[in-house]
Write a protein that binds this ligand. Structure first.
Ligand SMILES: [Fe+2]
Ligand SMILES: [Fe+2]
Length: 135
């Protein structure tokens, strides 16, 4: 079983954002499978690294879209991204040092991604729709 099932309830309605979220979900599911399957630590570290890299890319893409939203909305959302990035880097460090149980890491990442999607991105997507350039 996957760690996260992509369901329509996770969609924000912004195609580019949703496509990138499905990639994040897929990376997390691969990490889950690697850990559950008892794969070597090196391969889980590699997937975790990929997750961090893709997260950077994803946050930058979202931030580029934010030119269309009020500055205070963009500022708050960017601060939220920085917090999420700091958290994931901290967990990555703990994982590298063997200070955290892999199951704990998975639970953290699952909550982390869900919080990002449902907690803030849905709101961002709604604001983007409201501030859409006239056709
Ligand atoms: Fe996002
Ligand atoms: Fe976001």
């Amino acid at each position: 079983m996957s760690l996260i099932e992509w369901t329509p309830s996770l969609a924000t309605g912004q195609m580019e954002i949703d496509a990138q979220h499905t990639v994040l979900v897929a990376i997390l599911n691969r990490l889950h499978d690697a850990i559950q399957g008892g794969e070597a630590e090196a391969s889980t570290k590699l997937i975790l690294h990929e997750l961090v890299e893709y997260t950077h890319y994803h946050f930058e893409s979202e931030e580029a879209l934010m030119e269309r939203v009020p500055p205070e909305v963009a500022k708050a959302h960017k601060a939220n991204h920085q917090r999420l990035l700091d958290q994931v880097l901290e967990f990555q460090g703990q994982c590298e040092r063997g200070e955290i149980h892999p199951q704990e890491l998975l639970q953290f990442l699952k909550d982390w991604l869900m919080l990002h999607i449902t907690g803030t991105d849905k709101q961002l997507a709604a604001t983007l729709v409201k501030n859409r350039e006239p056709a």
